[in-house]
Ligand binder design. Structure first.
Ligand SMILES: Cc1cc2nc3c(=O)[nH]c(=O)nc-3n(C[C@H](O)[C@H](O)[C@H](O)COP(=O)(O)OP(=O)(O)OC[C@H]3O[C@@H](n4cnc5c(N)ncnc54)[C@H](O)[C@@H]3O)c2cc1C
Length: 612
């Protein structure tokens, strides 16, 4: 095996990985970023709508309002200390990105332009606020390019197109990772003092998803196999507006600019479901509303989609009805949403300035994942015990700043805020510790697993198993769930796992860029995460945030104001999962308010009934 040694090893080169790399190297550490994709192809580059920060450039705003929205949006499962950090540090982070050269859109006064987004309000829910800082509808692309340039300037070492397939742990301490060089198929060991996973989400577990092909949850699955529990896996966000059947995302920014959702009768149905914030209710609410409209026969032409309308005539009609002076025209739409118009024209042959867009909910974002504290240190139990040398940030991590449902624009904030904290913490950590020696058999186990997949003589092709997994997740662990559907999913996933370990075969026996082999390995990761999602969802007998059960429609704060942790028990082949529900939610903001002796109605952060 090829050997490398760097103090800090960062797995993943999206926004979280690059921000961590930047700060770890600024802190004086020797840093290597190992990424299966070329960095600027990471999914962060697909983020469209914006990054939230209470800059108050358009209307009055404060971090505490941002924290409140984040907690309420998360249906009170959000760790309040994490929401506070996120909201407070968002401001600096955005300004820092601007100083690095990020070309944000501007207001006429040349301040960073901000737009409205679902669930973002002023003065504790009083009215919608402009908080999403954006560069047209290419905000993530600009963040990724900006951070990559800075990393190159700082001489961070990049190992592009190296796929990490295992974590090396010695005596409970992190010692490095094992990776496959995709160009040659050879194994490499990266010996490190600290490892940070920033491998993104796992939307590819579902058949209709906004997520790129590469989002297969590798980092989370690897951590799970090495004894790290997965937190709050039952919460997976469905974004309400994916392109019908394709899942490609239509940013919430469309509704932020005034776009409305209409059913087959031409009704603006969100008025019924969320009378005050309407189309800009949080994503779980809008996804369920679309689902209900469709279930009640009001999908367009009886099909499973509704219309999203950004035609200036429609938008101006509703602005007028709401007493707003704002008016938009075709040029405005073209300048604010160029990529969206391009997607629709290219993939659908629909021109959004002339026709409405067909949309349906699409699997979008993992709220759960590798549990961490606010310094991106991985914790391995309900007491927040830190695993020495292991870190996680970005979508693969669960801080948990997003609780049961993430607000739009808060993921990009999460990447830069917690990526930065992780980078700083690692730089400090590696200065004070010795190298953990590599165990003699480092890498051997995963090498054997690759041999097994390569030489499999069974009858199941990985893509067949993958299709079956995605279908069962969409049908049974989707926007709505019941005990029956989830049990069905667990049974099917167990059968698929059985075939995966005992009956698999691939076509390509080569070594160079063997995507057949790598995708088969990735399927193993997704099968695990899918099963953990279904098992965690089964345990939680309530509806909260993105987890909506027909059989338990209400939120149950008495019994379920807790995070779940799912542990793998046994080897992967036979693995079962033990899901616990003992990890307390941090309620420190509410407790702070209480300590100040404020009257009940001032206790803003206390769980409240769900009214939209
Ligand atoms: C279409 C779309 C639009 C979005 N719009 C917004 C938005 O407007 N605002 C917002 O806040 N959020 C948005 N989100 C969510 C947000 O973009 C993501 O949650 C976020 O970008 C994830 O960043 P990340 O750094 O965690 O991972 P990613 O950017 O997904 O990067 C993952 C990295 O991990 C690497 N990797 C993965 N597995 C391995 C492995 N085994 N070995 C080595 N490397 C590996 C990849 O190469 C990649 O570099 C959007 C998401 C999508 C899909």
């Amino acid at each position: 095996m090829h050997m490398h040694q760097h103090e800090v090893i960062i797995v993943g080169a999206g926004g979280a990985g690059l921000m961590a790399a930047l700060y770890a190297s600024e802190g004086g550490a020797d840093v290597a970023v190992v990424s299966k994709l070329y960095p600027t192809r990471s999914h962060t580059g697909a983020a469209q709508g914006g990054i939230g920060a209470a800059l108050g450039n358009i209307d009055e705003d404060q971090p505490i309002y941002h924290a409140y929205d984040t907690i309420k949006g998360g249906d009170y499962l959000t760790d309040q200390n994490a929401a506070k950090v996120l909201a407070e540090e968002a401001i600096d982070s955005v300004i820092e990105l601007e100083r690095y050269g990020l070309p944000f859109d501007r207001t006429p006064e040349m301040r960073i332009s901000q737009r409205r987004f679902g669930g973002h309000t002023r003065n504790f829910g009083e009215e919608l606020v402009h908080r999403a800082c954006h560069a047209a509808d290419r905000t993530g692309h600009m963040i990724l390019q900006t951070l990559y340039q800075q990393c190159i300037k700082k001489k961070v070492n990049f190992f592009d197109e190296f796929q990490v397939v295992d974590l090396i742990v010695n005596d409970g301490k992190t010692a490095g990772v094992v990776a496959v060089d995709l160009a040659t198929g050879e194994f490499h060991i990266f010996h490190g003092k600290a490892v940070l996973f920033a491998t993104g989400g796992w939307g590819r577990c579902w058949s209709v998803t906004s997520n790129a092909h590469s989002l297969t949850g590798d980092g989370a699955a690897i951590a799970l196999r090495r004894g790290v529990p997965m937190e709050d896996m039952e919460f997976f966000q469905f974004h309400p507006t994916g392109i019908y059947r394709m899942g490609i995302l239509i940013t919430e920014g469309v509704r932020g600019e005034g776009g409305v959702l209409l059913n087959d009768k031409g009704e603006r149905f969100m008025e019924k479901y969320a009378p005050s914030v309407k189309d800009l209710a949080s994503r779980d609410v809008v996804s369920r509303a679309i689902y209900d409209e469709v279930a009640n026969g009001r999908g367009i032409n009886g099909k499973t989609y509704v219309h999203l309308d950004i035609r200036p005539a429609t938008v101006n009609h509703y602005f007028e009805q709401e007493g707003s002076d704002k008016r938009i025209d075709d040029n405005y739409v073209e300048s604010k949403l160029p990529d969206i118009l391009d997607f629709c024209r290219t993939y659908l042959g629909v021109d959004p300035v002339k026709e409405p867009m067909p949309v349906q909910p699409t699997a979008h974002y993992a709220m759960g994942g590798i549990p961490t504290n606010v310094n991106a240190e991985v914790v391995i139990d309900e007491n927040n015990t830190v695993m020495p040398g292991l870190y996680a940030a970005g979508e693969t991590a669960c801080v948990s700043a997003h609780g049961a449902n993430r607000l739009g624009t808060n993921s990009l904030v999460d990447l830069v805020v917690f990526g930065r904290r992780g980078g700083m913490k690692m730089a400090e950590y590696v200065k004070g510790v010795d190298w953990t020696p590599l165990p003699d058999d480092a890498g051997k186990e995963v090498e054997a697993e690759f041999k097994r997949i390569r030489n499999g003589k069974g009858s199941s092709k990985p893509y067949e198993l993958r299709d079956a997994m995605q279908k069962t997740m969409n049908d049974n662990v989707g926007v709505y769930r019941t005990d029956d559907t989830m049990k069905k999913a667990v049974d099917e996933l167990k059968q698929l796992r059985e075939s995966y370990y005992n009956d698999i075969t691939i076509d390509d026996q080569g070594y160079k860029f063997n995507t057949d082999l790598m995708e088969a390995w990735e399927l193993g990761c997704m099968l695990q995460l899918a099963e953990v999602t279904a098992q965690s969802a089964l345990l939680r007998t309530e509806s909260r945030g993105a987890h909506s059960r027909d059989d338990f429609p209400d939120r149950d704060d008495d019994n379920w104001m807790v995070h779940t942790l799912a542990y793998q028990t046994g080897a992967e082949k036979e693995s079962d999962y033990r899901v616990t529900a003992d990890k307390p939610v941090d309620l420190s903001l509410w407790e702070d308010e209480k300590a100040q002796g404020l009257p009940d109605d001032k206790q803003k952060f206390k769980p409240k009934p769900r009214v939209y």
